[in-house]
Design a protein around this ligand. Sequence first.
Ligand code: S3P
Length: 174
Amino acid sequence: MDYNILLIGFMGTGKTTVSKCLSRDMNLTEVDMDKYIVEHEHKAITDIFEEYGEEYFRKIETECLMEIQKEKGKIVSCGGGAVLKDENVKYMKDGGVIVLLTATPKTVYERVKDGNDRPILNGNMNVEYIEKLMNKRKSRYLEVADLVIETDGKKPHAISKEIIDRIDKLAKNS
Ligand code: S3P
């Protein structure tokens, strides 16, 4: 495969879980951007935000994405804010099919509420805040996506199958 499949979307839309499933189903390597950053920096995401701030995290995020995109044939699970920078989208589009996973604010809340590893939500862990931030980012996610997959009430395996089918159709139509 001469391209990467990049999963994007708000925190808690299932990018990490689905990318693991997709990588098994397609027999491709999976790269989790957040995990890549943690290994690169030898620090947890919350510690990077706390010690150096979001701007520094975004800089590292771009550097890591650039590295990840150099090699094709992988499934890449992107951090929820990775699409916010034009430069990042440019790297993603270069040999990448961008798949947007969506979920309602309530579903996202249920999936993330017990975690404390998302600095963007720390101190704002409620449906209202999630909905507000999601609405702010929504048009950006839709604008950059090649495919949109709703995840509410679906099992990871079903989502993975849906992605494979939709990418097949996309390839046939191009
Ligand atoms: C972020 C999402 C997180 C992580 C960081 C910032 C965001 O990734 O990159 O905490 O701005 O939406 P997940 O979407 O994998 O939780």
